[in-house]
Design a protein around this ligand. Structure first.
Ligand SMILES: [Zn+2]
Ligand SMILES: [Zn+2]
Ligand SMILES: [Zn+2]
Length: 384
């Protein structure tokens, strides 16, 4: 007798650091009994390279129980007749079970309890023809997964996993399937469940499956909550990085526009030796407009005392940043470029590190943002 609801627990604990890549499917599973059923290994009817007639006769052999020598006892006193040779060849575990089974005349008897009678029937028919009906799979997928694991039928196990992965897994059943995947040693499925749980955490927490797991496996619940917190932190970190990159790119653009304003002039602002043309083409530097207003304010602000006006303060910072990026201060036309270079020499170590870090990040962000790729040498030349 073999009860399928007594699979050993704790055989595959959930990994704390769940791998982020989903393990691939193993190669096509074919057992020696029915080889190469279809190109993608799917044994559904009509897509197999084994002729329908052959499969039909296998199924008839099962349905009619012609010269059957095994009776399989199921829940509620149900009996399914089968052939020891076929069961034994399709499932190594069944082979062992049959060896130990009781024998009366030429009839053997085994029991598969703990799953519905119809699920056992679908399972055994699969051992004959490697086929199942879509509806049967939908109804018994969980039982078939357990049976295929217990009786070592990898082809069916993979089918169940695929069907769950591609539609049968829902926020309602995911907690149950997750636990089952751990018990049945299905790493790909358990990872997919884990991802689904994290993605729909709030909804999943309200399901019956979750509540039951909380009571029966509090350690597993704790691990899931912890991995949710980790995932949340990772998400926050990602958002923070994206926002930082945006700021670095804006600063880079501001630096480009600053050089352009003081070198070429733009609209109504620029070097004193330049004439302003009427009907100028629109400026190609995105940061120019905002910077133009800032430069104009900086030139006329009455509060130009250190720590005074917020706009002026920003302008000072932009000028200092420019100076740090500028490769040739001697010919540079941006105001205070050389002065800052002198001042930088006297700066404290702490400030020095802070600024260097900022410069490095801006240049790196621009390089990553790419298109068009600007080399460090080219970046430096922008400030000449
Ligand atoms: Zn401009
Ligand atoms: Zn000001
Ligand atoms: Zn400069």
């Amino acid at each position: 007798m073999c009860k399928v609801d007594t699979i050993h627990e704790g055989s595959a604990p959930v990994s704390k650091e769940v791998s982020r890549t989903i393990p691939p499917w193993p190669g096509p599973v074919t057992n020696n009994f029915h080889k190469g059923l279809s190109i993608d290994g799917s044994p559904q009817r009509g897509y197999s390279c084994v002729s329908t007639a052959t499969k039909d006769s296998w199924e008839r052999l099962f349905d009619e129980g012609y010269r059957a020598d095994v009776s399989v006892n199921t829940d509620d006193g149900g009996i399914i007749y089968a052939h020891a040779n076929i069961l034994g060849m399709a499932s190594p575990a069944m082979k062992g079970l049959l060896k130990q089974s009781s024998r009366f005349h030429r009839q053997r008897s085994i029991s598969i309890l703990g799953v519905p009678h119809d699920a056992v029937r679908v399972f055994i028919r699969f051992l004959y023809s490697s086929c199942y009906e879509k509806k049967e799979m939908e109804e018994f997928v969980v039982h078939l997964l357990v049976l295929s694991h217990v009786y070592m039928v990898p082809q069916l196990k993979q089918e169940c996993e695929k069907k769950l992965e591609h539609g049968l897994l829902t926020t309602e059943n995911v907690v149950d399937i997750f636990q089952l995947a751990l018990l049945c040693d299905a790493p790909r499925l358990s990872l997919i469940c884990h991802r689904m749980i994290l993605k729909n955490f709030k909804t999943v927490c309200t399901t019956t499956g979750w509540k039951v797991m909380k009571k029966s496996h509090p350690a597993l619940e704790k691990e899931l909550v912890e991995s949710m917190i980790e995932e949340d932190n990772r998400q926050k970190e990602r958002i923070k990085k994206v926002n930082e990159r945006k700021i670095y790119l804006l600063l880079y653009e501001a630096m480009e526009a600053l050089v352009h304003i003081y070198k070429d002039g733009c609209q109504t602002i620029g070097p004193s030796d330049k004439d302003f043309e009427e009907n100028q083409a629109p400026c190609k530097y995105v940061a120019c407009k905002g910077l133009e207003l800032l430069v104009r304010h900086f030139a006329g602000c009455k509060l130009r005392v250190p720590g005074g006006c917020i706009h002026c303060k920003r302008m000072w910072q932009l000028l200092e940043l420019h100076s740090r990026l500028c490769a040739n201060s001697h010919t540079c036309r941006v105001p205070l470029c050389r002065n800052f270079k002198e001042r930088i020499k006297k700066q404290s170590k702490k400030d020095e590190i802070r600024w260097k870090m900022l410069v490095k990040k801006i240049l790196r962000t621009k390089r990553i943002a790419g298109a068009p790729f600007i080399s460090s040498a080219k970046v430096s030349s922008l400030w000449q």
